[in-house]
Design a binder for this molecule. Structure first.
Ligand SMILES: Nc1ncnc2c1ncn2[C@@H]1O[C@H](COP(=O)(O)OP(=O)(O)OP(=O)(O)O)[C@@H](O)[C@H]1O
Ligand SMILES: [Mg+2]
Length: 289
């Protein structure tokens, strides 16, 4: 079995306080291995999206620990988290949408711009990603003018443009007709097969779940079944992630609390359509990218 990329230990997540407190996750432990395709399934409200947001480092657990390549992530500063998400993760979330008034091409270019990729190269890579999802002909269209399935494909193009190690997809085929849904799914699995991208997919669609190597079933905030047998933790892994994490362990001059996660831990702001991927900000002066 391949290396462990993400390891979650005894994750708990509560929302609200006192009387309105709700425990969305009640102790989840799992390892995600490089190159796996994993379906997270379960009823509405069971905690699937909550778990995915924690694994994607978009939100913090109330208790428990997530390690990336064996490194704890709890104390990583916002800047490092942003760098990891920008370079290593791709997101296909229905609510994590794009800038509707901008062109398709600019939406796909954005993560590259954030990562500091030069003009020509980012243009080349964005066009190539759009070709992958068969939307090159729409590159100059306004994003809001696309159909639902086309928008999903733009999201995939944007998710893959930085060459991520992991794609997190929350209901990638929700609201799509089955033919368009199949296209999206085939595309995701092609990326998994051909580029070794790890897929973590939240879905209600049993057919889609069956296509994944592994199914994790969540009920009331707990894993009730996991089709994979686990293996020993292995410290080796993606060198660049190790470096990003290690650098920040040396840094003790700034507050360890990520500013995007202050307050009530509500991630809606980050995922709101009004606050698109710009929220994955990397400061302009970041030299250690
Ligand atoms: N920001 C929040 N504040 C309060 N409660 C929340 C918040 N986010 C999620 N919850 C609650 O946590 C539980 C799990 O939510 P989650 O979004 O993870 O469910 P899900 O399994 O993804 O459901 P669905 O299939 O409907 O998308 C739900 O009961 C939900 O109401
Ligand atoms: Mg959900």
């Amino acid at each position: 079995m391949s290396k462990i990329l993400i390891s979650a230990r005894s994750l708990r997540k509560s929302y609200g306080k006192r009387n309105s407190k709700f425990e969305a996750l009640r102790g989840v432990t799992l390892n995600i291995h490089e190159g796996e395709s994993v379906a997270i399934i379960g009823k509405s409200g069971s905690g699937k999206s909550t778990l995915m947001h924690l694994l994607a480092l978009l939100d913090k657990p109330t208790r428990g620990e997530i390690t990336l390549n064996g490194h704890p992530t709890a104390k990583l500063r916002a800047r490092k988290l942003n760098t990891i998400r920008n370079k290593k993760f791709g997101f296909v979330f229905q609510s994590f949408f794009m800038n509707p008034n901008d062109t398709v091409l600019n939406n796909v270019i954005l993560p590259l711009k954030i990562a500091g990729v030069g003009y020509r190269e980012r243009h080349r890579r964005a066009v190539s990603a759009l070709k992958t999802v068969d939307l090159d002909d729409k590159r100059n269209n306004k994003a809001s003018d696309l159909s639902g399935g086309q928008k999903q494909r733009v999201c995939i193009a944007r998710a893959i443009v930085n060459g991520p190690k992991v794609i997190f997809a929350d209901e990638p085929t929700g609201n799509l007709d089955s033919a368009t849904g199949d296209k999206i799914i085939n595309l995701l699995f092609k990326l998994n097969r051909e580029k070794g991208i790890t897929l973590i997919i939240v879905t209600h669609d049993q057919d889609l779940a069956n296509k994944c190597q592994r199914q994790i079933n969540i009920k009331d905030g707990r894993i009730v079944s996991d089709s994979s047998a686990d293996v020993e933790q292995d410290d080796d892994g993606d060198e660049e992630i190790r470096e990003i994490v290690a650098e920040s362990e040396d840094d003790d001059d700034e507050d360890a609390t990520p500013d995007k996660f202050e307050g009530d831990n509500n991630i809606d702001g980050m995922l709101d359509q009004k606050h698109p991927v710009h929220h994955i900000n990397i400061e302009e002066d970041e030299e250690d990218l």
